[in-house]
Write a protein that binds this ligand. Structure first.
Ligand code: B12
Ligand code: SF4
Length: 493
């Protein structure tokens, strides 16, 4: 069967700082190809909708699978499915991915027959079985599969992360993938899941708080196959188990792999496992993202980060001592006024780290989706991208965005201003000589992407698909199992 896998367009944040390969779709592609199907992949972060229609003409797919890792992409994917259904009525259309797993039935409903099903959870084990069951009444009885007729049992989670290495050969125009100065940049994963349980995050609820690792040999072999000089490690929290990080590193040394790496981890993991980070610094780890989230104890408790402000600060010191370039995230609450923005701005200007902001957003799959007592001000999926305020703001909404954008632009100037540009000019020039212009373009794009007016006016776009709101806002803490997509132990099926 001819199968096309599609990743939707980039969201706001990715328009500037990064664009990364659709690793999840590439893993699903490996499993589908393994079952004998012909697979193509189209990434709309790079290609346009016009390219999508051309691809349909040229490839004539018999099945199309859309990736919906991000809530904000839901309307785009439904619109594409509806239009595709009109052009290719016989084609089997399905969607899967992180966010859609929490709202599968409502998305099937929105699509009004345009999507044959939504697949919850990991795609590797179920995708080939799904294709086999097309046209069969068994479809809605498959694990994780939700159709208009009903839903199958809990989705399957596989027990061997080595089994479906990403089909990177399917991602076209790979030179378009980058993160900051790591241009071009590929992605890889060493582990899946997160054992913590932060109240604002759905990484742990998706995998039922499980944590799985690749074998050091397979992880290193996968990275060794990557052509790009830079690698983004997509793990939710890198090096939770230091011995695993050390073992992967030793394998990379044995294979003489030399690359630059970017990863994301927790501050306490860095403090506790300093030696593995030092070792990876020698292997080429240069950049890391630390989810600081808040500067004060009370907010950290509210987010259930299970960490203290002192541990956070200690992690920043360690990262500086080792010589990493660090980006940190702070969650801006819609209740912030000018004073709170100013406090964070002042702090951010005193530290060498790159400081990013996300806006506190309850979304399906998170605990705060159920417990947040403030009423949502919008049910527009497109605004659930952690860059918009979906809860009531204390400041008038336009003022809130003005403060947010002002803070972001002060911090942006700190790193991309004239002085910083002097430091990066040589690098930008060398990249340009090699035809790599993603990083250089990024330097000039901030003003066109982050603007008070753009963010504010996004709230007044016509609402086509309305999210199903939480059943009771301000409800008590739900049982963890009721939040999980994956239940129970990994399987081999
Ligand atoms: C790497 C990553 C990124 C990368 C994106 C890489 C990419 N091009 O997809 C970057 C850094 C760019 C990124 C950015 C953002 N991210 Co992000 N990201 C992740 C992270 C840590 C891992 C994703 C990943 O690659 N996993 C590994 C692969 C193998 O797994 P996977 O993609 O989930 O795919 C599997 C299944 O989902 C499924 N599947 C996926 N697609 C399909 C399709 C079909 C048809 C089927 C059947 C199955 C299927 O099968 C795959 C294999 O098992 C997740 C957390 C997580 N654990 O998922 C957050 C996460 C997805 N991101 C999140 C957020 C909020 C963002 C941002 C909005 C943040 C921001 N500050 O603006 C941006 C927006 C990105 C955009 N689209 O433009 C949230 C999602 C929130 C939401 N509900 O919408 C998550 C869950 C993190 C969190 N803590 O809550 N992100
Ligand atoms: S924020 Fe980080 S540590 Fe907390 S649950 Fe999500 S991935 Fe895990």
């Amino acid at each position: 069967m001819r199968v096309l896998l599609v990743h939707p367009s980039a969201l706001m944040y990715s328009e500037i700082y990064l664009r990364l390969e659709p690793l999840g779709l590439e893993c699903v592609a490996t499993s589908i190809r393994g079952a004998g199907h012909e697979v193509r992949l189209l990434d709309l972060q790079i290609f346009t909708h016009r390219d999508y229609w051309r691809e349909l003409e040229a490839f004539r797919p018999q099945a199309i699978g859309f990736s919906v890792n991000y809530l904000a992409n839901v309307p785009e994917v439904i619109d594409l499915a509806v239009a595709t259904r009109r052009r290719l009525p016989g084609c089997f259309l399905f969607a899967g991915g992180h966010s859609v797993s929490f709202i599968a039935a409502e998305v099937v409903e929105h699509a009004r027959g345009a999507l044959d099903c939504v697949v919850r959870g990991e795609g590797e084990l179920i995708a080939p079985r799904l294709l086999e069951a097309i046209g069969d009444a068994r479809l809605s009885t498959l694990p994780g599969v939700v159709t208009a007729d009903g839903a199958g049992p809990a989705p399957l989670m596989h027990d061997d992360l080595d089994r479906f290495p990403p089909a990177r050969d399917l991602a076209r125009h790979r030179r378009k993938y980058f993160i900051g100065v790591l241009d071009p940049c590929a992605s890889a994963e060493l582990s899946r899941g997160c054992p913590w349980d932060c109240s604002f995050c759905s990484a742990w609820t998706f995998y039922g708080r499980s944590y799985r690792k690749t074998s050091p040999e397979a992880a290193a072999a996968d990275i060794a196959r990557i052509a790009e000089p830079n690698v983004f490690l997509v793990d939710d929290v890198a090096f939770v188990h230091p011995e695993h990080g050390l073992a992967v590193g030793r394998e990379l040394e044995r294979l003489r792999v030399r690359k630059q790496y970017y990863l994301e981890t927790r501050c306490d993991v860095l403090v506790r496992n300093r030696e593995v980070f030092e070792y990876w610094r020698r292997l080429g780890l240069r950049y890391m993202f630390l989810g600081l989230e808040a500067l004060d104890e009370e907010s950290l408790k509210l987010h259930r980060k299970r960490i203290t402000p002192n541990e956070n600060l200690r992690a920043l010191e360690i990262a500086r001592e080792i010589g990493f370039t660090v980006a940190v995230n702070i969650i801006a609450d819609p209740s912030w006024d000018e004073r709170q923005f100013a406090v964070v701005r002042d702090w951010a200007l005193t530290v060498p780290e790159i400081v990013h902001f996300t806006v506190a957003t309850p979304y399906p799959g998170t605990e705060i989706w159920h417990t947040e007592s403030r009423r949502l001000t919008t049910l527009d999926y497109r605004l659930f991208d952690v860059q918009h305020a979906v809860l009531p703001t204390r400041l008038p909404l336009a003022r809130f965005y003005e403060e947010l954008v002002k803070t972001q632009s002060v911090l942006n100037r700190k790193h991309l201003g004239v002085a910083a540009l002097r430091d990066t000019a040589g690098l930008a020039f060398r990249l340009a000589l090699r035809g790599q212009t993603n990083f250089i373009r990024m330097l000039w794009k901030f003003g066109s992407v982050y603007s008070r007016d753009r963010q504010y006016s996004d709230h007044f776009k016509a609402l086509r698909y309305s999210m199903r709101p939480p059943e009771a806002h301000g409800a008590s803490r739900p049982r963890a199992r009721d939040l999980f997509v994956h239940l129970g132990a990994p399987s081999r099926a």
